[in-house]
Design a protein around this ligand. Structure first.
Ligand SMILES: Nc1nc2c(c(=O)[nH]1)N[C@@H](CN(C=O)c1ccc(C(=O)N[C@@H](CCC(=O)O)C(=O)O)cc1)CN2
Length: 284
Protein backbone atom coordinates (compact mmCIF):
# COMPACT_ATOMS: atom_id res chain seq x y z
CA UNK A 1 0.00 0.00 0.00
CA UNK A 2 1.70 3.19 -1.14
CA UNK A 3 -0.96 5.75 -0.28
CA UNK A 4 -1.61 4.70 3.32
CA UNK A 5 0.93 7.10 4.73
CA UNK A 6 -0.16 9.76 7.25
CA UNK A 7 2.09 12.67 6.33
CA UNK A 8 2.80 14.52 9.59
CA UNK A 9 5.00 17.10 7.94
CA UNK A 10 2.25 18.12 5.54
CA UNK A 11 -0.45 18.17 8.25
CA UNK A 12 1.83 20.15 10.59
CA UNK A 13 2.21 22.67 7.75
CA UNK A 14 -1.58 23.04 7.53
CA UNK A 15 -1.89 23.45 11.30
CA UNK A 16 0.85 26.09 11.47
CA UNK A 17 -0.72 28.00 8.54
CA UNK A 18 -3.83 28.41 10.69
CA UNK A 19 -1.72 29.38 13.70
CA UNK A 20 -0.04 32.06 11.57
CA UNK A 21 -3.45 33.62 10.83
CA UNK A 22 -4.18 33.71 14.57
CA UNK A 23 -0.75 35.24 15.24
CA UNK A 24 -1.45 37.95 12.65
CA UNK A 25 -4.81 38.70 14.30
CA UNK A 26 -3.15 38.99 17.71
CA UNK A 27 -0.44 41.27 16.33
CA UNK A 28 -3.14 43.52 14.86
CA UNK A 29 -4.39 43.87 18.45
CA UNK A 30 -0.90 44.70 19.72
CA UNK A 31 0.01 41.27 21.12
CA UNK A 32 2.91 39.19 19.84
CA UNK A 33 2.71 35.62 21.18
CA UNK A 34 5.94 34.86 23.03
CA UNK A 35 7.49 31.52 23.89
CA UNK A 36 10.40 30.86 26.28
CA UNK A 37 12.26 27.63 25.69
CA UNK A 38 14.50 26.50 28.52
CA UNK A 39 17.28 24.05 27.70
CA UNK A 40 19.38 22.60 30.52
CA UNK A 41 22.63 20.96 29.38
CA UNK A 42 23.79 20.09 25.88
CA UNK A 43 22.01 16.90 24.84
CA UNK A 44 22.24 17.00 21.00
CA UNK A 45 18.68 15.72 20.40
CA UNK A 46 17.24 18.27 22.85
CA UNK A 47 19.28 21.00 21.13
CA UNK A 48 17.78 19.99 17.78
CA UNK A 49 14.25 20.13 19.17
CA UNK A 50 14.62 23.50 20.91
CA UNK A 51 16.21 25.02 17.79
CA UNK A 52 13.34 23.72 15.75
CA UNK A 53 10.85 25.23 18.21
CA UNK A 54 12.42 28.70 18.15
CA UNK A 55 12.82 28.58 14.34
CA UNK A 56 9.14 27.72 13.95
CA UNK A 57 8.23 30.64 16.23
CA UNK A 58 10.25 32.96 14.00
CA UNK A 59 8.61 31.60 10.86
CA UNK A 60 5.16 32.29 12.30
CA UNK A 61 6.07 35.81 13.46
CA UNK A 62 6.07 34.88 17.13
CA UNK A 63 8.55 36.13 19.71
CA UNK A 64 10.82 33.52 21.27
CA UNK A 65 13.68 33.38 23.73
CA UNK A 66 15.94 30.44 24.34
CA UNK A 67 17.40 30.15 27.81
CA UNK A 68 20.41 27.85 27.86
CA UNK A 69 21.52 26.69 31.30
CA UNK A 70 24.51 24.65 32.45
CA UNK A 71 24.03 20.88 32.94
CA UNK A 72 25.16 21.33 36.57
CA UNK A 73 22.60 24.00 37.48
CA UNK A 74 20.78 23.46 40.79
CA UNK A 75 17.04 22.95 41.02
CA UNK A 76 16.72 26.22 42.94
CA UNK A 77 18.45 28.19 40.16
CA UNK A 78 16.19 26.62 37.57
CA UNK A 79 13.11 27.41 39.67
CA UNK A 80 14.29 31.05 39.87
CA UNK A 81 14.54 31.20 36.07
CA UNK A 82 11.03 29.78 35.75
CA UNK A 83 9.67 32.34 38.20
CA UNK A 84 11.23 35.20 36.19
CA UNK A 85 9.52 33.87 33.07
CA UNK A 86 6.21 33.57 34.95
CA UNK A 87 6.48 37.31 35.67
CA UNK A 88 7.60 38.32 32.15
CA UNK A 89 4.67 39.90 30.27
CA UNK A 90 6.24 39.31 26.85
CA UNK A 91 6.24 35.56 27.51
CA UNK A 92 2.92 33.75 27.07
CA UNK A 93 4.28 30.21 27.02
CA UNK A 94 7.07 28.49 28.96
CA UNK A 95 8.60 25.21 27.92
CA UNK A 96 11.25 23.30 29.84
CA UNK A 97 12.85 20.85 27.44
CA UNK A 98 12.85 17.31 28.86
CA UNK A 99 14.63 15.28 30.02
CA UNK A 100 16.31 17.31 32.77
CA UNK A 101 19.57 16.32 34.49
CA UNK A 102 19.30 13.90 37.41
CA UNK A 103 19.83 16.48 40.21
CA UNK A 104 16.60 18.23 39.17
CA UNK A 105 13.13 17.00 40.07
CA UNK A 106 11.09 17.36 36.86
CA UNK A 107 7.75 17.33 38.68
CA UNK A 108 8.74 20.24 40.92
CA UNK A 109 9.97 22.31 37.98
CA UNK A 110 6.85 21.64 35.91
CA UNK A 111 4.64 22.53 38.88
CA UNK A 112 6.49 25.88 39.17
CA UNK A 113 5.34 27.00 35.70
CA UNK A 114 2.27 29.22 35.83
CA UNK A 115 -0.66 27.11 34.55
CA UNK A 116 -1.55 30.14 32.38
CA UNK A 117 1.78 29.67 30.53
CA UNK A 118 1.94 25.86 30.56
CA UNK A 119 2.02 25.41 26.78
CA UNK A 120 3.47 21.89 27.11
CA UNK A 121 0.32 20.87 29.01
CA UNK A 122 2.36 19.03 31.65
CA UNK A 123 1.29 21.01 34.76
CA UNK A 124 -1.00 19.09 37.17
CA UNK A 125 -3.66 21.79 36.65
CA UNK A 126 -3.60 21.27 32.86
CA UNK A 127 -3.61 17.48 33.24
CA UNK A 128 -6.51 17.63 35.73
CA UNK A 129 -8.56 19.88 33.45
CA UNK A 130 -7.84 17.61 30.48
CA UNK A 131 -9.04 14.59 32.51
CA UNK A 132 -12.41 16.22 33.23
CA UNK A 133 -12.78 17.60 29.71
CA UNK A 134 -12.35 21.29 30.57
CA UNK A 135 -10.61 23.62 28.08
CA UNK A 136 -6.87 23.70 28.79
CA UNK A 137 -3.45 23.25 27.20
CA UNK A 138 -3.17 19.69 25.90
CA UNK A 139 0.14 17.86 25.95
CA UNK A 140 1.58 18.53 22.48
CA UNK A 141 2.32 14.97 21.32
CA UNK A 142 -1.10 13.43 22.10
CA UNK A 143 -2.77 16.64 20.88
CA UNK A 144 -0.77 16.27 17.65
CA UNK A 145 -1.86 12.64 17.28
CA UNK A 146 -5.51 13.70 17.61
CA UNK A 147 -4.96 16.29 14.84
CA UNK A 148 -3.29 13.67 12.63
CA UNK A 149 -6.33 11.41 13.04
CA UNK A 150 -8.71 14.31 12.34
CA UNK A 151 -6.89 15.49 9.21
CA UNK A 152 -6.62 11.88 7.97
CA UNK A 153 -10.41 11.36 8.40
CA UNK A 154 -9.94 8.52 10.86
CA UNK A 155 -13.23 7.78 12.63
CA UNK A 156 -12.70 7.43 16.37
CA UNK A 157 -16.19 7.04 17.85
CA UNK A 158 -16.98 3.42 18.69
CA UNK A 159 -13.52 2.22 17.60
CA UNK A 160 -11.22 0.16 19.76
CA UNK A 161 -8.09 2.22 20.42
CA UNK A 162 -5.15 0.46 22.01
CA UNK A 163 -2.41 2.63 23.52
CA UNK A 164 0.91 0.94 24.25
CA UNK A 165 2.67 3.11 26.82
CA UNK A 166 1.58 4.85 30.02
CA UNK A 167 3.88 7.87 30.37
CA UNK A 168 2.41 11.04 31.81
CA UNK A 169 3.21 13.06 28.71
CA UNK A 170 2.11 10.64 25.99
CA UNK A 171 0.39 7.36 26.90
CA UNK A 172 -1.95 8.47 29.68
CA UNK A 173 -3.24 11.68 28.03
CA UNK A 174 -3.46 9.89 24.67
CA UNK A 175 -5.95 7.37 26.04
CA UNK A 176 -8.01 10.13 27.67
CA UNK A 177 -8.25 12.19 24.48
CA UNK A 178 -9.38 9.13 22.52
CA UNK A 179 -11.92 8.32 25.25
CA UNK A 180 -13.29 11.86 24.97
CA UNK A 181 -13.95 11.12 21.29
CA UNK A 182 -15.88 8.00 22.34
CA UNK A 183 -13.30 5.35 21.51
CA UNK A 184 -13.14 2.22 23.65
CA UNK A 185 -9.64 2.47 25.06
CA UNK A 186 -7.24 -0.23 26.22
CA UNK A 187 -3.92 0.71 27.81
CA UNK A 188 -1.02 -1.74 27.44
CA UNK A 189 2.45 -1.39 28.99
CA UNK A 190 5.65 -3.23 29.79
CA UNK A 191 3.90 -5.56 32.26
CA UNK A 192 0.95 -6.39 29.98
CA UNK A 193 0.63 -10.14 29.39
CA UNK A 194 -0.09 -11.44 25.88
CA UNK A 195 0.42 -8.07 24.20
CA UNK A 196 -0.41 -9.57 20.78
CA UNK A 197 -3.91 -10.51 21.99
CA UNK A 198 -4.63 -6.86 22.84
CA UNK A 199 -3.00 -5.18 19.85
CA UNK A 200 -4.65 -7.59 17.40
CA UNK A 201 -8.02 -6.17 18.49
CA UNK A 202 -7.05 -2.56 17.81
CA UNK A 203 -8.77 -0.46 15.15
CA UNK A 204 -6.40 2.36 16.13
CA UNK A 205 -3.02 1.46 17.64
CA UNK A 206 -0.91 4.14 19.32
CA UNK A 207 2.62 2.90 19.88
CA UNK A 208 4.75 4.60 22.53
CA UNK A 209 6.81 1.68 23.83
CA UNK A 210 10.23 3.33 23.72
CA UNK A 211 11.56 0.15 22.01
CA UNK A 212 12.89 0.60 18.46
CA UNK A 213 10.89 -1.30 15.78
CA UNK A 214 9.17 -3.44 18.41
CA UNK A 215 5.75 -3.61 16.74
CA UNK A 216 5.67 -5.50 13.45
CA UNK A 217 2.78 -6.83 11.37
CA UNK A 218 2.37 -9.84 13.68
CA UNK A 219 0.83 -7.48 16.28
CA UNK A 220 -1.66 -5.95 13.86
CA UNK A 221 -5.17 -6.57 12.60
CA UNK A 222 -5.65 -6.01 8.86
CA UNK A 223 -6.76 -2.39 8.25
CA UNK A 224 -5.62 -0.97 11.59
CA UNK A 225 -4.53 2.69 11.82
CA UNK A 226 -1.02 2.76 13.31
CA UNK A 227 0.43 5.85 14.99
CA UNK A 228 4.10 5.59 15.91
CA UNK A 229 5.14 7.98 18.69
CA UNK A 230 8.68 6.58 19.08
CA UNK A 231 11.86 8.16 17.81
CA UNK A 232 15.26 6.47 17.91
CA UNK A 233 18.55 6.67 16.09
CA UNK A 234 19.78 3.26 14.89
CA UNK A 235 23.37 2.03 14.34
CA UNK A 236 23.52 3.71 10.89
CA UNK A 237 22.50 7.00 12.52
CA UNK A 238 19.10 6.74 10.81
CA UNK A 239 15.85 7.61 12.58
CA UNK A 240 13.27 4.94 13.28
CA UNK A 241 10.20 4.57 15.47
CA UNK A 242 8.75 1.96 17.82
CA UNK A 243 7.07 0.33 14.81
CA UNK A 244 8.76 -1.82 12.19
CA UNK A 245 7.44 0.39 9.41
CA UNK A 246 8.30 -1.86 6.43
CA UNK A 247 6.41 -4.77 7.97
CA UNK A 248 3.50 -2.82 9.51
CA UNK A 249 2.68 -0.77 6.40
CA UNK A 250 1.68 -3.96 4.57
CA UNK A 251 -1.18 -4.55 7.02
CA UNK A 252 -2.18 -1.06 8.20
CA UNK A 253 -4.83 0.99 6.40
CA UNK A 254 -3.02 4.14 7.56
CA UNK A 255 0.34 4.55 9.26
CA UNK A 256 2.67 7.35 10.38
CA UNK A 257 6.33 7.22 9.32
CA UNK A 258 9.35 8.19 11.45
CA UNK A 259 10.64 10.75 10.66
CA UNK A 260 7.80 12.85 9.26
CA UNK A 261 4.91 11.54 11.34
CA UNK A 262 4.13 12.53 14.92
CA UNK A 263 7.36 14.55 15.53
CA UNK A 264 6.50 17.59 13.39
CA UNK A 265 3.01 17.65 14.96
CA UNK A 266 4.50 18.02 18.46
CA UNK A 267 6.03 21.32 17.40
CA UNK A 268 2.95 22.47 15.49
CA UNK A 269 0.76 21.90 18.56
CA UNK A 270 3.23 23.79 20.74
CA UNK A 271 2.76 26.77 18.40
CA UNK A 272 -1.03 26.40 18.67
CA UNK A 273 -0.84 26.25 22.48
CA UNK A 274 1.41 29.33 22.62
CA UNK A 275 -1.00 31.23 20.42
CA UNK A 276 -3.88 30.14 22.69
CA UNK A 277 -1.94 31.32 25.77
CA UNK A 278 -1.57 34.75 24.15
CA UNK A 279 -5.25 34.83 23.11
CA UNK A 280 -6.24 34.01 26.69
CA UNK A 281 -4.64 37.28 27.84
CA UNK A 282 -7.21 39.17 25.71
CA UNK A 283 -10.01 37.92 27.95
CA UNK A 284 -8.47 39.59 30.98
N1 LIG B 1 9.21 19.89 27.14
C1 LIG B 1 9.14 18.88 26.27
N2 LIG B 1 10.16 18.01 26.18
C2 LIG B 1 10.05 16.98 25.29
C3 LIG B 1 8.91 16.84 24.46
C4 LIG B 1 7.86 17.77 24.60
O1 LIG B 1 6.79 17.70 23.92
N3 LIG B 1 8.02 18.78 25.50
N4 LIG B 1 8.88 15.85 23.49
C5 LIG B 1 10.08 15.13 23.14
C6 LIG B 1 10.97 15.77 22.12
N5 LIG B 1 10.33 16.69 21.16
C7 LIG B 1 9.93 17.90 21.57
O2 LIG B 1 10.43 18.46 22.49
C8 LIG B 1 10.32 16.39 19.77
C9 LIG B 1 10.73 15.20 19.25
C10 LIG B 1 10.78 14.98 17.87
C11 LIG B 1 10.39 15.98 17.00
C12 LIG B 1 10.49 15.85 15.53
O3 LIG B 1 10.03 16.70 14.80
N6 LIG B 1 11.11 14.80 15.01
C13 LIG B 1 11.35 14.67 13.62
C14 LIG B 1 12.76 14.21 13.38
C15 LIG B 1 13.76 15.21 13.92
C16 LIG B 1 15.22 14.77 13.74
O4 LIG B 1 15.69 14.85 12.60
O5 LIG B 1 15.85 14.39 14.73
C17 LIG B 1 10.36 13.67 13.03
O6 LIG B 1 9.87 12.80 13.76
O7 LIG B 1 10.08 13.80 11.84
C18 LIG B 1 9.95 17.17 17.52
C19 LIG B 1 9.91 17.38 18.88
C20 LIG B 1 10.94 14.92 24.40
N7 LIG B 1 11.08 16.10 25.17
Amino acid sequence: MADNLINGKEIAGKVTEKVKERVDNLKAKGITPGLAVVLVGSDPASQTYVNSKTRTCERLGMYSVMIELEETISEEELLNSVEKLNQDEKIHGILIQLPLPKQINEDRVIAAISPLKDVDGFHPVSVGKMMIGQPTFLSCTPFGVMKLLEYSDVEIEGKHAVVIGRSNIVGKPMGQLLLQKNATVTYCHSKTKNLHNHTKQADILIVATGQPKMIDSSYLKEGVVVIDVGIHRNEDNKLCGDVDFASAKEVASKITPVPGGVGPMTIAMLMENTCLAAENTLDK
